[in-house]
Design a protein. Structure first.
Length: 161
């Protein structure tokens, strides 16, 4: 069953490369006492994710933070090595945390997993965005089509803040 507005996010551990190598980032550290925009993509470097979804959040990071957002987080069912390369190539800097959910544990726990076996992508995340306050989902926008950004983009989220 998919997570819904008003639900508390499940405990999870994400992976990310830091200055000293790969680190674990726990959901408590990420969400407790914070207002967080979390968006998920089906895959790093895939056309819609790379050319539309992530760039919108990069462009509007300062606008989101001006509206009281403490962190902007992108989750993908990719390994941390791929996300490190995507972060470097996309130039996100400190504006957005790109976090690996490589085994799709968090993605499955929130009911956002999708089988994209047709295009040989395997289990991935649906494309969505949510506003999370102190670990509780306050708003949730899920795309019907993983190849489109119509309700889960930065502009749509900004309009709701």
């Amino acid at each position: 069953m998919a997570i819904a507005i008003g639900d508390k996010l499940p405990a999870a551990t994400f992976k990310k490369f830091g200055a000293d190598g790969m680190v674990d980032i726990g959901s408590d550290d990420l969400f407790t006492g914070k207002k967080v925009v979390l968006f998920a993509v089906p895959g790093a470097f895939t056309p819609t994710c790379h050319e539309q979804h992530l760039p919108g959040f990069v462009r509007h990071a300062a606008d989101l933070k001006a509206k009281g957002v403490d962190e902007i987080v992108c989750v993908a069912v990719n390994d941390p090595f791929v996300l490190k390369a995507w972060e470097e190539q996309s130039g996100v800097g400190d504006a957005i945390k790109l976090l690996s959910d490589g085994n799709a544990d968090f993605t499955r726990a929130v009911g956002m997993d999708v089988a994209l076996t047709g295009p040989f992508l395997g289990t991935r995340s649906k494309r969505y965005a949510m506003l999370v306050e102190d670990g509780v989902v306050k708003d949730l926008m899920v795309e019907d089509n993983p190849g489109a950004v119509s309700v889960s983009g930065a502009e749509e989220l900004l309009a709701k803040l």
